[in-house]
Ligand binder design. Structure first.
Ligand code: OOG
Ligand code: NI
Length: 461
């Protein structure tokens, strides 16, 4: 009967993403301005670039564009992280990728909760970049203990959220009414609280150890710290942000502007200074900076070979000075070594593509060619290919976003740990393995090829 039918995970994610956006719009009105600006620029870009419009239409990306965004949160304990995993699982979001930001002086490691199947990504690609504070990187042992004690006492989920998660796991889903209640209750975890749970001197001590530690430890919950709409032209959007006096950071993170966008380019406006009332204080005369705005442009996902080339070129430029005024120029210069047509990216195995039959190919359905190699099918004009969009994040960029919103202080270096060990510790805290993002893109490409072959062999469902 309809009253007990479950709502799909995709639908819950759509509702949650919308609710989160509405809440953040009220909390940080500049986010609303940013969304308007991005929508306007996206509209104009699609008008000016009919080829892009057609490509996005074919790839099913146009429909999701207006609703597309990612957010970011930071938590303090393994219990918080693993419960978030269970919460996001109800929305069809799974942990993808591992990011160790301690190498860039930020005492966290992270994953991104996001949908993983082609269909779910098309329905709504909402992602949440989720960081776990690394208390082990606080040098002062008594401060470390203090932080752990404070975190051990807080409850970031409402009772109803926990009950609904348990119920959904047992029953296999949520009904329509339960889904609405779940979204409403889950939202509470990510709300901003103007009252700190600690007194001003505790805040100051933690803040001195690292601003991020104060942000995670001193509040009731992991307030959403930004929501990021997807722009199709980040250079124009960045210029518009500057023109409106929105305090954009001066360097766009990621690859330079290219004819064929790769991976991810991002820029943000600086965190707002919020008034805070500390425990024991009569009035809100403290302040804290945490929340900001960000925009991003997404391009084609790279293979391991492509990613290695990207990392190599970026490191080359950054080693020569990441903040210098000619950074943009040097970046563009270095990336001349990165092929910039989709045909080159594809044939040199640098990026992932989804294959589909052209009309001519369709006409061969069931007839022949199912076993021919890809190049032969392309040469015959039976196939076209579309970029597989990069759905993840970039550690160097993420560190840059963190730092620009931590007041840009000189970055502390943390002792390097074996990467495998920290990743395993993260997964143990999470209570699950994280997906290998490149394996997901590879599967999407492989799946599209298998489908094409099936049609050519006459094996379609
Ligand atoms: C997350 C910063 C990273 C991104 O888009 O790379 C990030 C944070 O500040 O918590 O959101
Ligand atoms: Ni972000």
């Amino acid at each position: 009967t309809p009253s007990t039918a479950f709502v799909s995970c995709d639908e819950i994610r759509v509702r949650f993403s919308r609710a989160m956006s509405e809440m953040y719009c009220k909390e940080v009105p500049q986010y609303g301005t940013l969304m308007e600006l991005v929508a306007e620029i996206n509209g104009r870009t699609l008008q000016d670039q009919p080829a892009l419009l057609a490509q996005m239409q074919r790839a099913g990306e146009l429909a999701r564009l207006g609703a597309e965004r990612h957010g970011a949160i930071r938590v303090g304990t393994a219990a918080e992280l693993s419960m978030l995993r269970r919460l996001f699982a109800q929305m069809g979001m799974e942990p993808v990728g591992y990011y160790d930001l301690s190498v860039a002086g930020v005492p966290v490691h992270s994953t991104a909760f996001r949908p993983v199947t082609d269909a779910a990504l098309q329905a709504n690609p909402f992602r949440v970049f989720t960081s776990l504070l690394r208390l082990d990187l606080i040098a002062d042992a008594s401060l470390r203990q203090r932080a752990a004690d404070i975190l051990a006492q807080r409850h970031i989920f409402t009772e109803r959220t926990l009950a609904l998660i348990a119920q959904a796991e047992a029953a296999g889903g949520l009904t329509d009414a339960q889904a609405d209640e779940f979204v409403r209750e889950a939202l509470e975890t990510f709300r901003w609280h103007g009252e700190s749970t600690v007194d001003a001197s505790t805040y100051d001590a933690l803040h001195k150890a690292h601003r991020l530690i104060a942000d995670v430890v001193c509040f009731k919950g992991p307030h959403i710290n930004h929501l990021t709409p997807r722009t199709l032209d980040i250079d124009t959007a960045q210029a518009a942000m500057l023109a409106r006096g929105m305090g954009a950071k001066d360097v766009i993170e990621g690859p330079p502007q290219r004819a064929c966008p790769i991976l991810l380019r991002q820029t943000s406006f600086k965190a707002l200074e919020e008034t805070v009332r500390f425990a024991g204080d009569a009035s809100p005369d403290g302040s804290h900076t945490a929340r900001f705005g960000e925009i991003e442009q997404r391009g084609v996902a790279l293979t391991r070979k492509g990613r290695a080339l990207y990392d190599h070129l970026l490191a080359q430029v950054r080693d020569a000075g990441g903040a210098a005024s000619d950074y943009g120029q040097r970046l563009a210069q270095a990336f001349k070594a990165f092929p910039d047509t989709h045909e080159q990216l594809r044939s040199q195995d640098l990026a992932f593509y989804r294959y589909a039959l052209t009309d001519e190919g369709q006409a061969q359905a069931g007839d022949s060619g199912g076993d021919a190699d890809l190049q032969t099918l392309l040469d015959r004009g039976w196939l076209r290919f579309e970029p597989v969009i990069y759905e993840d994040f970039l550690p160097v960029s993420a560190a840059g976003i963190f730092q620009s919103n931590l007041g840009g202080e000189a970055q502390e270096q943390f002792a390097a740990h074996a990467a495998d060990a920290t990743r395993q510790a993260f997964e143990a805290d999470l209570g699950a393995r994280v997906h290998d993002e490149i394996a997901l893109y590879e599967a999407a490409q492989r799946h599209s090829i298998a489908q094409v072959r099936a049609v050519l062999r006459g094996q379609t469902p």
